[in-house]
Ligand binder design. Structure first.
Ligand code: CP3
Length: 375
């Protein structure tokens, strides 16, 4: 499926900046399946961890303090655009922030992740959760979106995000990260009505939170349903899919949405059925097979193994080439990693990768892509 039209001009409504295609225009064109000048690229977890400027800031402020201070969150959001040249800027925040609005105390422990002191285990615990308006519960997140968007202009598309309801439930019920969240799966099986009530509250919260981010200026949103791959397809269909369907229905016509899950090769088709226009793939699935499985009417994001970026450039380049080859030059591919940037990654390697993707993904003058045909 070659692009039908030459990538002659960026979508209307984009400030053209210095060149004909801004980073934002390129990424949003991919979300809309429109031809673009070259493959857009950003990296999950690009805003923290490996960037020296972020590490310096972290010596003075903890993660939640940065996320709750709009000036700092907006500055960190912009850092990878300046440092790496990416086309997408993911909002600096964390999936746990809406828990502040819900009234669930938690902390983020370095090297551990979110820890909830009093996990949600009973119907009474669920009944105590309060769904509040995001402007009331997390106004600083929306202010960070406004500031980041004003700051970025069209250099990069601002990508808002939220945790998926199942992934949030995992932290709320198990209380902290785990290999396969046995307490969460236990509640789901033992008390399906309580689990469904929890999922409904989290879904409600997530719909409002993502819509508010779009209203504040996020140009695309990603739902990190990171841990849903621990479920089999039947449990996914019964306990999670209806909630995800609600979320993507509530975003339709407002903002392009991307659904991300790891270790979910067995769920590709069910994930494609919950109505997300975009899917972000981890590195365990070959991109061409996965794109065919979810349907070429979806846009896809991915899927270089983040660990490849720890290797020399001579290893990174052919691995990135393979991802582009599998995308086959179709409009609707956003280059990304299969999960977050490893903290040990050299930012120079990421900068080199962005430059290379922009060069290698460049479409020919007739609108056919430079990338090799799909194997
Ligand atoms: O992508 C970005 O750069 C934007 C910011 C972002 C963060 N968390 C900031 C953060 C995003 C998109 C997330 C998403 C997130 N947070 C997920 C989704 C899936 C994933 O793994 O990418 C999950 C499960 C969480 C919960 C969470 N927060 C975990 C598991 C951890 C790691 C704990 C650790 O130290 O290893 C965090 C902490 C966290 N959130 C960091 C960052 C930059 C790293 C630690 C820090 O800087 O203090």
């Amino acid at each position: 499926m070659a692009p039908a039209d030459p990538p002659a001009a960026p979508p209307a409504g984009c400030d053209l900046g210095s060149g004909p295609w801004s980073g934002a225009a390129r990424l949003l064109a991919a979300c809309a399946h429109r031809p673009h000048d070259t493959t857009p690229v950003w990296f999950m977890r690009q805003a923290g961890r490996s960037l020296p400027a972020y590490r310096r800031l972290r010596e003075r402020h903890d993660l939640l303090a940065i996320a709750r201070t709009p000036e700092l969150a907006a500055a960190v959001t912009r850092m990878p655009v300046d440092a790496l040249g990416v086309d997408g800027a993911v909002l600096f925040s964390d999936i746990t922030l809406p828990l502040l609005g819900l009234g669930v105390p938690f902390e983020i422990r370095p090297g551990v992740g979110p820890v909830v002191a009093d996990p949600i285990r009973t119907a009474a615990d669920v009944a105590r959760l309060r769904v509040v308006d995001p402007e009331e519960g997390t106004p600083f997140v929306l202010e960070a979106v406004r500031q980041a968007r004003a700051d970025l202009g069209d250099r990069a598309a601002l990508i808002g995000f939220a945790g998926g309801p199942f992934t949030l439930a995992c932290y709320l019920v198990d209380g902290r990260g785990s290999r396969d969240f046995p307490r969460t799966r236990g509640l789901m099986h033992a008390e399906p009505a309580t689990f469904a009530a929890l999922m409904a509250v989290l879904t409600d919260t997530t719909c409002r939170y993502l819509r508010a981010q779009a209203g504040a200026g996020a140009q695309a949103v990603q739902l990190f349903e990171s841990w849903v791959g621990i479920l089999g397809a039947a449990d996914f269909d019964r306990h999670v899919a209806p909630h995800l369907t609600r979320i993507f229905r509530s975003l339709r016509g407002r903002v392009p949405a991307i659904l991300f899950a790891t270790g979910a090769a067995h769920l590709l088709r069910p994930l494609a059925q919950v109505g997300s226009p975009g899917l972000s793939l981890d590195w365990r699935v070959p991109l061409d097979d996965a794109w065919a499985a979810v349907g070429h009417d979806r846009f896809v994001q991915g899927n270089l193994d983040p660990a490849v970026c720890l290797a020399p450039w001579a290893v990174v380049r052919p691995a990135a080439r393979d991802v582009l080859d599998r995308a086959g030059g179709r409009p609707g591919h956003i280059f990304n990693l299969g999960h977050g940037v490893d903290p040990a990654t050299d930012p120079d390697r990421l900068r080199q990768l962005v430059e290379w993707v922009h060069r290698a993904g460049r479409a020919g003058a007739d609108g056919t892509a430079a990338a090799q045909p799909v194997r």
